[in-house]
Design a binder for this molecule. Structure first.
Ligand code: ATP
Ligand code: HSE
Length: 299
């Protein structure tokens, strides 16, 4: 009998975009690929940079998500051979864990004959990750805002103006999301809450219109970045370099340490160069790239 292999490609994501802590994220044109083939026993074949760091046993996050989908439909998960081709660097704030969760859920659903709706796959993904801002755009693409509504999620798309280029600077050191969440306060002042509400509203309009003055003001945050900057060696220098080279603003991508500059197309090449040079001057090698917004999500 012919082997059936399910292939799932999942985009990287950049969460928060400054003021949208834990609620907004955008899919980027950088991908992890997962394959699932029924087999006699569980096995893994992982390729790409840092492949040896991905767990190749039952604790693998893509496999755990795969199992969760089968538990959800009340079936025993079949043994599978899981192939993982890494294009998204691990623990850098580009949603690598979200790709694994979405890849495992979508792969399992397809292998089981698609019994679970996309909305329920999304709910499972959010429950596993704990917040929606990476898994939602990883699953359906685009820039997305997620808000709870009673027991459900209201998900809306945020139009992204074509003139805005996301430039990511990915350093050669890691920062786990768990560590970057540990430094956050559990309570914030009313002034900071108002600041972020206003800036998130402005950010959404600025992304939609491409208004540079609004973007400059909008890319500020008081809920997470002030506490996390100290965990990212060279933050001030790279931010200064990006702004000087003409970026509208710079934020921490997800939980970091990748830094994301939003830039007009005409300035992108110069901003890339300046960010790489600034990090290099502190002894950090950074992979700096201009990307685009992925509009398809997992496929
Ligand atoms: N392709 C993969 N397959 C299996 N597990 C993965 C894969 N990619 C990431 N992981 C798991 O996710 C962990 C990284 O998750 P973490 O939330 O710390 O970072 P991130 O998702 O890259 O960043 P952020 O959530 O800030 O965007 C890895 O250490 C690994 O356990
Ligand atoms: N919103 C999350 C994204 C990382 O998973 C955070 O900043 O901690």
């Amino acid at each position: 009998m012919a082997e059936t292999t399910i292939n799932v490609t999942v985009p990287a994501t950049t969460a928060n975009l400054g003021a949208g802590f834990d609620c907004i994220g955008a899919a980027l044109t950088l991908y992890n690929k997962f394959s699932f083939t029924k087999a006699k026993e569980l096995s893994f074949y992982v390729t790409g940079a840092e492949a040896e760091r991905v767990k190749a046993d039952e604790s693998n996050l893509a496999y755990q998500a795969f199992v969760k989908l089968y538990e959800h439909i009340g079936q025993v998960p079949p043994p599978v051979r899981i192939g993982i081709e890494l294009g998204v660097p691990l623990a850098r704030g580009l949603g690598s864990s979200a790709t694994a969760i979405v890849g495992g859920l979508v792969g399992a659903n397809k292998l089981a004959g698609s019994p679970v709706s996309e909305a329920d796959v999304m709910n499972l993904a959010i429950a596993i990750e704990g917040h929606p801002d990476n898994v939602v755009p990883a699953l359906i693409g685009g820039c997305r805002l997620a808000a709870t509504y009673e027991q459900n999620w209201a998900i809306c798309d945020i139009p992204w103006h074509e003139s805005i280029v996301p430039v990511v600077a990915i350093p050669d050191f890691e920062l786990s999301t768990a560590e970057a969440r540990r430094v956050l306060p559990t309570q914030v002042s009313r002034a900071d809450a108002i600041f972020n509400a206003a800036h998130l509203g402005l950010l959404i309009r600025a992304l939609q219109t491409g208004d540079g003055d609004w973007l400059k003001a909008a890319l500020q945050d008081r809920l997470h970045q002030p506490y996390r900057q100290g965990l990212i060696r060279g933050f001030d220098l790279v931010q200064g370099a990006a702004l000087e080279a003409g970026a509208w603003g710079l934020v921490i991508s997800g939980a970091g340490p990748t830094l994301l500059a939003l830039v007009d197309k005409a300035q992108a090449a110069g901003v890339e160069k300046s960010m790489a040079a600034a990090w290099h001057s502190t002894g950090v090698m950074a992979d700096v790239r201009s990307l685009s917004i992925d509009t398809q999500g997992a496929k």
